[in-house]
Design a binder for this molecule. Structure first.
Ligand SMILES: Cc1cc2nc3c(=O)[nH]c(=O)nc-3n(C[C@H](O)[C@H](O)[C@H](O)COP(=O)(O)OP(=O)(O)OC[C@H]3O[C@@H](n4cnc5c(N)ncnc54)[C@H](O)[C@@H]3O)c2cc1C
Length: 301
């Protein structure tokens, strides 16, 4: 962490709420689903697809996990009411009880997947920090066997285990999002050199393509976008076999370039009442992102 990142990291919790909101407004679609749907309409007019994330904080009780599950079920129904074809949801298993005892999370995910089946929608399981990785992949595997291609998961090129996870999971047809991974992890289990994380991204992407998986290529790193385009071309993929994915508010020019070139591109749209806690936690976890946000504020487009 450089000095600037460290300074930003220490300052974030001291910032007044409106300042944090200012930092995050470009990256968060609002507090309510109605605000999020307004953002979706604009994105769809631009030719982008969308995945919606309801922002949550760490939960402590079964009741909170069940409430979050109901919120996602309601969101899926609203997506259908708004007639938003191909719009899907992204969910963090900790919000549905992954870190609680018993089988709370699996039960909640089964309920969510049942709703997703009823309304014919796809659910992506986000990947959290390394203590969650094995449990998340176990639940993905179970749901995949019960609900088929309606569920997908995320793998992170930062983790040393990812190539093995690809090999293990692609024994069945698979749907991945590949990203670098936002959580800073210890060197014993993760690459810490940005160049190796990049190389492992490209290697993982090629492995996924070769094994016939559908891949959401989630990056704003233009070198990786270039690598992905080269792999798509070399392996002769058609546009239904992959999609690019980007976060709301990040590198919109690159987003337009990819859409105009005819690729499917999905924007990750987070919203919810928990925007404040989420923003502070994310900014503290990876202060580089606060750096991006600062640059976005002071830089003229
Ligand atoms: C659609 C999507 C879903 C994701 N899901 C997960 C997940 O489930 N689990 C997980 O651990 N991580 C997830 N991530 C985050 C990901 O792991 C990276 O931390 C993040 O995308 C930054 O990596 P990068 O590949 O864009 O490369 P970087 O080198 O970090 O970024 C490349 C350039 O993009 C810009 N940029 C990148 N991120 C931001 C930002 N947040 N704000 C402003 N500018 C930015 C910067 O200009 C930077 O120079 C997701 C990312 C995307 C795009």
């Amino acid at each position: 962490m450089n000095l600037f990142d460290r300074a930003v990291s220490l300052t974030i919790p001291l910032m007044p709420k409106p300042v944090v909101r200012y930092f995050s407004r470009k990256y968060i679609a609002g507090e309510t689903s109605d605000e999020a749907f307004a953002v979706i309409r604009d994105l769809r007019a631009e030719g982008a697809l969308v995945t919606l994330d309801i922002l949550g904080e760490f939960i402590k009780t079964r009741e909170e996990a069940e409430r979050n599950t109901r919120d996602y079920q309601e969101l899926l129904r609203k997506i259908v009411e708004h007639d938003l074809s191909e719009t899907n949801v992204s969910v963090k298993l900790s919000a549905l009880g992954l870190l609680l005892k018993d089988r709370v999370c699996l039960d909640n995910m089964r309920a969510l997947m049942t709703t997703a089946s009823e309304v014919d929608r796809f659910v992506r399981i986000d990947m959290e920090d390394s203590p969650c990785t094995t449990a998340t992949l176990d639940i993905y595997r179970t749901l995949r066997s019960e609900f088929g291609p309606r569920v997908g998961v995320v793998l992170q090129s930062r983790l040393r285990r990812t190539l093995d996870d690809i090999d293990a999971l692609t024994a069945e047809p698979s749907n991945f999002r590949l990203c670098k991974g936002i959580y800073l992890e210890p060197r014993s289990i993760a690459y810490t050199d940005p160049e190796i994380i990049r190389r492992n991204f490209t290697l993982s992407l090629e492995r996924m393509i070769k094994q016939g998986a559908y891949v959401g290529i989630a990056t704003h790193d233009e070198i990786l976008v270039w690598d992905a385009l080269e792999l798509i071309d070399r392996h002769g993929l058609n546009r239904e076999q992959y999609e690019f994915q980007m976060l709301l508010g990040v590198d919109e020019p690159l987003r337009r370039i990819l859409i105009e070139a005819g690729h499917r591109l999905r924007v990750y749209v987070p919203y919810g009442e928990q925007w404040y806690a989420y923003s502070v936690r994310r900014l503290k976890e990876n202060p580089q992102i606060a750096g991006y946000a600062l640059k976005a504020i002071f830089k003229k487009d």
